[in-house]
Design a protein around this ligand. Structure first.
Ligand SMILES: [Fe+2]
Ligand SMILES: [Fe+2]
Length: 175
């Protein structure tokens, strides 16, 4: 089976639209992850579960890496130093990214080689910890952070962020 990355963002003229598209995608992917971990813990790793595990591994590897880079390299630098509350939020969100990446490192080991999963309890625990952290983080960004960011950035900044995100994907700035 050949994996093809499905880019959640449809266009890059507005960096915040890219961020929101990734949030929707990652929340939905989290539901797939929880369903899969339950399925494996109850029924073991059949062929369909193995394919789903590898698909999730490939998707998260690319989507989470890009999404954290979008925020840390293209969005946060446009915001730091203007508003103390926003600065505090950015610091906290960056620490969240590190914690999410630490849990991902263990979860990735399970999902990359599903045929080798033997400790079902640990799989479920790691999947739930990772998904809960990620969901809480995305929800905090959607509800507290992005509304404040929208007040700070003008259309030029949104385009600038989007162009940076396009470049991270090797797309032309106008894509
Ligand atoms: Fe984030
Ligand atoms: Fe985010």
């Amino acid at each position: 089976m050949e994996f093809k990355y499905k880019e959640p963002a449809t266009e890059f003229s507005d960096g915040l639209a890219v961020i929101r598209a990734y949030h929707d995608n990652l929340l939905a992917t989290g539901e797939r992850l929880l369903k899969l971990s339950f399925k494996i813990s109850h029924h073991g790793v059949g062929e369909a579960a193995a394919i789903e595990a590898i698909d999730l591994h490939q998707h998260y590897t690319r989507a989470n890496t890009l999404h954290h880079a979008d925020e840390e390299q293209c969005l946060f630098p446009l915001l730091v130093g203007q508003d103390l509350i926003l600065d505090g939020m950015i610091e906290r969100l960056t620490l969240d990214h590190e914690e999410i990446e630490q849990w991902w490192a263990e979860l990735a080991g399970f999902l990359a080689t599903p045929e080798k999963i033997s400790d079902m309890d640990r799989l479920v625990e790691v999947a739930f910890q990772f998904e809960r952290l990620q969901r809480e983080h995305l929800t905090r960004e959607n509800e507290d952070f992005l509304p404040r960011v929208e007040e700070q950035l003008n259309i030029f900044h949104l385009q600038q962020a989007g162009q940076g995100m396009a470049r991270l994907r090797g797309l032309s700035a106008a894509a």
